[in-house]
Write a protein that binds this ligand. Structure first.
Ligand code: FAD
Ligand code: UDP
Length: 389
């Protein structure tokens, strides 16, 4: 095979590696993806009836405080001034999320100064001394009333498990802001790609040194590749080793997309539903991610309801569940990965880590600096030893 490097997976991780190796190191890179499009889970496309950009695998908001990642991303796309804000519906009323002074004033029905709100939450949180599960951890951070309203039902729907049976670590830091600042992210940089995610991802892949082959499963070519050409693998870690150490647990999402005959369904991009008897966790309305786009129709809009459940093999793996058993299996898989000469494991699926887009890009840039550049420059051995611990 006439290439220097094979990358399995055309998501943000794989494309960052491919782009840097082709444009930065002058290598010939073959990128494989089993899907019929590039971009991995960040892929977006125009909904055919309305032209509204829809994120097929769930809404993707770009945010980072990493200047290197921001500068790198800006080589391929400009960003809009979008700032993410989320609201939550509970018992027929609407509150702003994450919990902030506005939420506290609305929920308790009176004006609180920041100090008064702090004192109230401290008093309510004091009932838990040593949190032993997610419910107790959350109460120790925000008090029982806000926990029961905004966290209990939502979390139970998301994890399909009683929060008393979930580990405390899932919610180690629930942000409560004692100001009226209701921005969702704290990062210094935020925005959405001006002409969409797919245009951004296509520009990353658009280099004479990069060949992308879609509808191609790495495992169909594996025997010809591994051992003959360096490989960066960004698919599921357990699948690579034929599940030898057992399946790593994932949560998947089911999306129900609908074109509705109104110019504005909910007046905001994302509405969470905190009540346990509402079966979905949230509704996205995609037009609101791009208020600057003039061409969207005024009489129709696209909404997407999101439902959460445990993933079986064959489902799209979206969120690592990360139970104690998963972590033990992960250590065993890392040991196997370390012994796999000539193959590096990266990305969300390849490392079993919930990476945001900016983290996937940052981690790919580091892999190029620390592993691939030394390998192609000085011939150093290519293994994943020392990574990801
Ligand atoms: P992926 O995007 O998953 O790409 C992996 C690719 O590998 C896929 O295209 C897959 O088809 C391919 N592949 C797998 N197995 C094989 C094989 N055997 N052969 C060939 N190809 C294979 N991040 C944010 O920053 N902000 C957000 O708001 C945000 N929201 C998200 C919402 C959801 C529902 C999900 C699931 C993720 C969200 N993310 C968000 C995270 C973001 O999607 C990831 O950071 C990013 O996709 C990671 O890129 P990746 O390349 O590691 O993985
Ligand atoms: N969460 C919650 N209520 C909300 C939003 C979030 O209880 O209205 C909890 C929930 O346990 C969830 C976690 O906070 O798993 C992280 O939520 P976020 O929306 O930030 O993550 P995402 O699902 O988008 O990755």
């Amino acid at each position: 095979m006439n290439v220097d490097l094979v990358v399995a997976g055309a998501g943000f991780f794989g494309l960052t590696v491919a782009e840097r190796c082709a444009a930065g190191l002058g290598l010939r890179v073959l990128v494989l993806d089993r899907r019929d499009h590039i971009g991995g889970n960040a892929y977006s496309e125009a909904e055919p009836e309305t032209g509204i950009e829809v994120h097929r695998y769930g809404a993707h908001l770009f945010h980072t405080s990493n200047e290197r990642v921001w500068e790198y991303a800006n080589r391929f796309t400009a960003f809009t001034g979008y700032r993410h804000r989320v609201y939550s519906t509970y018992k027929g009323r609407v509150y702003s999320m994450p919990i902030n002074l506005g939420t506290i004033c609305e929920y308790f029905g009176r004006v609180f100064t920041p100090d008064e709100a702090r004192a109230l939450i401290a008093e309510q949180a004091a009932e838990i001394r040593r949190p032993a599960n997610l419910e107790e951890q959350a109460i120790s951070l925000i008090g029982r009333p806000l926990y029961e309203a905004f966290i209990r039902g939502y979390t139970a729907k998301q994890w399909r498990t009683d929060p008393r049976d979930l580990p405390a670590e899932i919610i180690t830091r629930l942000p409560v802001r004692y100001t009226f600042d209701n921005r969702y992210f704290d990062d210094t940089r935020e925005g959405l790609p001006v002409d969409g995610y797919t245009a951004w991802l296509e520009r990353m892949a658009d280099h004479p040194g990069i060949e992308v082959r879609l509808n191609t499963d790495f495992f169909d070519l594996r025997d010809d590749l591994v051992g003959n050409v360096p490989v960066v693998y960004t698919g599921p870690l357990d699948r690579y080793f034929d599940y030898a150490e057992g399946d790593l647990g994932w949560r998947t999402l089911d999306f129900e997309t609908e074109v509705v005959p109104t110019g504005d369904f909910q007046g905001t991009p994302v509405m969470n539903y905190a009540d346990e008897d509402v079966p979905y966790t949230r509704i996205h309305e995609f037009r609101h991610f791009h208020p600057e786009r003039a061409g969207y129709p005024s009489d129709r809009t696209v909404i997407m309801r999101e439902y959460s459940r445990a993933a079986a093999r064959g489902d799209e793996p979206y969120y690592p569940v990360n139970t104690a058993a998963d972590r033990a299996r992960l250590l065993a898989y890392r040991e196997l990965a370390r012994r796999e000469d000539g193959v590096l494991f990266g990305g969300r699926l390849g490392t079993y880590k919930y990476l945001d887009m900016h983290m996937a890009i940052a981690s790919a840039l580091t892999m190029v600096d620390n592993r691939l550049r030394p390998h192609f420059g000085e011939g150093s051995r290519l293994t994943s030893g020392g990574m990801d611990e």
